[in-house]
Ligand binder design. Structure first.
Ligand code: G3P
Length: 236
């Protein structure tokens, strides 16, 4: 499963990219507004940090302007992926841009019917919003199951399922269980995936017991190394 970071906060993306666990980034107009920064500057900085796909959403709603915006954004960096909304013009733009070799992430997907249209329009990714469905009492993960099942029937459907609107680690775990290709995670969700109180407790106990031995792995008298530097490699 690929992990993308769902954010336009460059510092957050930089920090999480250093884990080596980040395969891409998704942004949207709300995330860009929240950053308080210039959209193009943010995209350029993110693309320089993360070599994987970086989704940038068009803000036009009609085909001609969508295409103009999409082409301009795609020219910023080779790893830019264009986001278009799941509307008739958004899918027309997806088809046209995909035919030009521009990867498109069709966003704001809330039904399997919409996901079928995205695949037929040649989308590289479709973004079903699981959290927002859960928020209104629907079953977001059920939609993921439906899309993965339907896409699996048709080899010509090469669109990757990019689980979006992720609210907590269980969304990630269950999406992985269902075989989704990608999950795009708010920074806090990725950080939450690392944490478990029993890990913290167990590590503290290991270190406490180790301290009682008085031993050191690096600073050993027989190696003659007392400054923590690596001892000379012994000859065979
Ligand atoms: O960026 C697309 C999607 O992940 C946004 O989800 O519901 O947290 O705004 P949401």
């Amino acid at each position: 499963m690929k992990f993308f970071i769902d954010s336009a906060e460059v510092a957050e993306i930089q920090d999480l990219a250093s884990t080596g666990l980040v395969d891409g980034v998704t942004t949207n107009p709300s995330l860009v507004a929240k950053s308080g920064r210039d959209f193009i500057d943010v995209l350029r900085e993110i693309c320089a940090i993360v070599p994987g796909p970086v989704s940038a959403e068009v803000t036009a709603t009609e085909l001609p302007a969508m295409l103009e915006e999409g082409r301009r954004l795609a020219n910023l960096a080779e790893n830019i992926v264009i986001k278009t909304p799941l509307t008739p013009d958004g899918l027309k733009a997806c088809k046209a841009l995909s035919d030009e070799g521009v990867r498109v992430n069709v966003t704001l997907c809330f039904s399997a019917a919409q996901a079928i249209l995205a695949a037929k329009a040649g989308a590289a990714y479709v973004s079903p919003f699981v959290g927002r469905l859960d928020d209104v009492g629907s079953d977001g993960l059920r939609l993921i199951a439906d899309i993965v099942e339907i896409y699996g029937v048709y080899p010509e459907f090469t669109t990757e399922v990019l689980v979006a609107s992720v609210r907590h680690p269980i969304h990630v775990v269950e999406a992985a269980r269902l075989g989704a290709d990608v999950a795009t995670l708010p920074p806090g969700v990725l950080r939450a995936m690392f944490r478990h109180p029993l890990t913290d407790k167990g590590l503290a106990a290991f270190l406490d017991d180790w301290a009682k031995t008085g031993q050191s792995i690096l600073n050993r008298p027989e190696d003659g190394a007392t400054d923590g530097s690596r001892p000379a490699r012994r000859s065979a």
